[in-house]
Design a protein. Sequence first.
Length: 160
Amino acid sequence: MDEKRLAKADFITSIFLILLSILIMLYTVFSFPRFPEWGGIYSNPGFVPFLLGLSLFLMSLYLLARSLRRQGYPIRISREGLRLFIHSPVVIRFFICFGLFILYYLLLGRIPFIINTALYLFFSIMIFGRGKWYIALIISAATSLAVYLIFIRVFLVPLP
């Protein structure tokens, strides 16, 4: 990808990520419960997601500034260009990844955490890694079990 097209892609991506990070921060501020008896803002469940949204916002601002310096803002949208964009492999992979994430989120709490995480990792590896299914199964099962045990035993954090 040439420098001009990269600057335009950075510009569009930064705008999208800025809006997404603002939504994440607003969601965590207004929808997560607050428990003053837990010791303040730092121990509430929405604090870490808010920090992640803030980090994404700051990194997106940097990406926006970089694209503006390289003059990535003049964008002409055509019907053919939009069609090519939507059918590009990168966009298709993004929506597959996003769909897997939404499915993982919807199943969280409905099926055991270890099974849900193992399924998510297994399908991610099979779709994006295209490896052998038994290797993907071993990796996903071992990883989800390790994450579960570390959070339960080491960090003492209950998982769904």
